[in-house]
Design a protein around this ligand. Structure first.
Ligand SMILES: Cc1ncc(COP(=O)(O)O)c(C=O)c1O
Length: 392
């Protein structure tokens, strides 16, 4: 009887999404550290800094002031008002408060957006290279993730033309765009984003814009899809600019016709978003000076890498515009970046992420380096990589 029950317990086919290879790199780095080796970490994409002081103080005060019950499903009203205000301050936009939905990180935002907008079987496009969970969440939900290869000719982004070419092959229902992008750190200009959204919407393709790296733009100012169209779904987060990864809090700007669907889904999936995190997130908006100092640190790290890596021997990158990533072409050194990353970790003590996680087609040529660490780490990484590549 018990044996029979055991054989029936199998993971569903749709849960069979690929693993995240960066986890393997982290595990290998941890093994070396356990042997006493010093490793420079450039593999994980998160700020080295903690939540801003205003957020921590607000959370501490809230903890002492009473119980933290559920909140309204769409989020605490004052936080939603503060998020709406940030659109007027940062983008000169007047966003209807009703359209702001607080979520458990942008990760939950994607699941809500995909479920609210797409049916099982719908085809949804995204750029390759790109953030793997877009593809994997869509696949788990029964949609078809359609990777569109990008090149230097299109500044490593999907364009109206490449989107419509895919749409002609078989109709697309949606497209996910991200600028600044992970893993490339490359951004779309305001003109390129507006043109893509125009082409998509004329063809009836729903646009989901991942704006999680907004605030971390160095080459030029990041454009919000919310400024381009009220019909674009915008997903954002407190994880990156606000340095609050572990607080698991983000938000969406939802087109009016989808708001109630998103609300019903979130009521059932989560009831509400962690109350303490919502309180802290609202206070994080008051830490602008502190957060801008952190951003200056990333800019300095970016400068160190842009000057140092070419001298060290790595000189082919995609445009390093924003976020805190540099995506380097290592094909002159190795046929397989996974093996190259493993050797760089073992021999030079620098942990990076191989591109195969982000691009099953060309990822074997690339490595992602995250520059959210300390300035000393960046200098040390450049020196170690240079010494390691020198004999080649
Ligand atoms: C491009 C991109 N989108 C979304 C996420 C998810 O972040 P979170 O769920 O912490 O908001 C990440 C995390 O690294 C990311 O890089």
């Amino acid at each position: 009887m018990l044996e029979k029950a055991k054989t029936r317990l199998r993971p569903s086919a749709r849960s069979g999404v690929p693993p995240f290879m960066v986890m393997d790199v982290m595990a290998a780095a941890a093994r070396l550290e356990a042997q006493g080796r010093r490793i420079v970490h450039m593999e994980v994409g998160q700020p080295a800094t903690g939540a801003p002081s205003t957020a921590v103080a607000a959370a501490r005060a809230a903890l002492l002031s009473g119980p933290q019950g559920y909140t309204e499903t769409l989020g605490i009203a004052s936080l939603r008002r503060r998020i709406a205000r940030s659109y007027s301050e940062w983008h000169g936009l007047d966003i209807d408060l009703e359209r702001i939905v607080v979520t458990t990180g942008s990760s939950a935002g994607f699941t809500l957006a995909f479920l609210a907008a797409f049916e099982a079987g719908d085809r949804v496009a995204m750029a390759l290279p790109g953030y793997p969970p877009y593809r994997h969440i869509l696949t788990a939900l029964g949609c078809e993730a359609v990777g569109i290869e990008t090149t230097a000719d299109t500044r490593w982004s999907i364009t109206g033309e490449t989107l419509l070419a895919q749409h002609r092959l078989a109709p697309l229902k949606g497209v996910v765009v991200g600028s600044p992008a992970n893993p490339t750190g490359t951004m779309m200009t305001a003109v390129a984003l507006a043109e893509l959204i125009r082409c998509a919407q004329e063809a009836g393709i729903i646009v989901i814009s991942d704006e999680i790296y907004h605030g971390l733009d160095y080459a030029f100012a990041a454009e919000s899809a919310a400024r381009v169209s009220p019909d674009a779904i915008v997903v954002n987060s407190f994880s990156k600019y606000f340095c609050m990864t572990g607080w698991r809090i983000g938000w969406m700007v939802v087109p009016q016709p989808l708001v109630r669907a998103v609300e019903r889904l979130q009521q059932n999936f989560a009831i509400s978003v962690p109350t303490l995190s919502q309180i802290a997130a609202e206070a994080a908006f008051d830490a602008r000076a502190e957060l801008e100092t952190v951003k200056k640190g990333y800019e300095e790290n970016r400068r160190i890498l842009l000057e140092g890596l070419p001298r060290a021997g790595l000189d082919k990158f995609l445009p390093v515009d924003g976020a805190f990533y540099l995506y380097a072409d290592v094909s002159p050194f190795a046929a397989d970046s996974f093996e190259f990353a493993a050797r760089m970790l073992e021999e030079a003590g620098v942990a990076t992420t191989p591109g195969v996680d982000f691009d099953p087609i060309h990822g074997g040529k690339f490595l992602r380096l995250c520059y959210a660490g300390s300035r000393d780490d960046m200098r040390e990484a450049v020196e170690r990589i240079g010494n390691w590549l020198k004999p080649r």
